[in-house]
Design a protein around this ligand. Sequence first.
Ligand code: C5P
Length: 234
Amino acid sequence: MQKLEMLYEGKAKKVFKTEDPNRYVVVYKDDATAFNGEKKGTIEDKGIVNNKMSALLFKLLEEKGVPNHFESLLSDREMLVKAVKILPLEVIVRNVAAGSLAKRLGLEEGVEMKTTVLEFCYKNDALGDPMINDYHIEAMELATKEQLEEIKRYAFQVNEVLKEFFIQKGLKLIDFKLEFGLYQGKVILADEISPDTCRLWDAKTNKKMDKDRFRRDLGEVEETYQEVLARLEK
Ligand code: C5P
């Protein structure tokens, strides 16, 4: 599918229109940012890992009944997706305390939580993606009540599918971020699912196998991204 005008360039991806108004092409870049763009760098071949890993997980999720934007892989760094209108929400699912939650609530990283925690952030770089709740979402008309209920249901379903899949590959799913969009009037899962958007720890050693290696200068960044993909493809 021919790429036409670029619609959007984000920190890690570019999105292009195609001759089909219902399809976009997503190109995954190697650029990496953290702390709302304060830290910048590149992770060699991250774009390839994130494209292939997202494709693999979107296919799995579709089979398990979670509709999503993935259509097909076009190349190492490109996928064809449904032309969704992204809702300005970051949907964060947490199984184990880590990252900003651990910091905010004074919990030790690695503490298993009694139940899954769901958080929402308003996708707005200028504001630093502030955390919001159901009331803000409704009041600001970021999604309708019905759409929000659907998003919550899908978010928990994604968590169950991915937790089970990752553990078979020797990876613990600590937390992750999802984005949803509207396509033909329905809510579907969009964006990406990759080591950029998930925290994954080795099931035996608890070694961090995700973007925290870049965020926290832990080394072996490229190797770890490759290792995650290799495990998932096995
Ligand atoms: O930083 P924090 O602990 O809130 O991140 C929770 C999860 O959401 C992590 O897996 C992180 O990779 C992901 N996330 C993301 N994009 C953001 C913020 C968080 O993918 N803008």
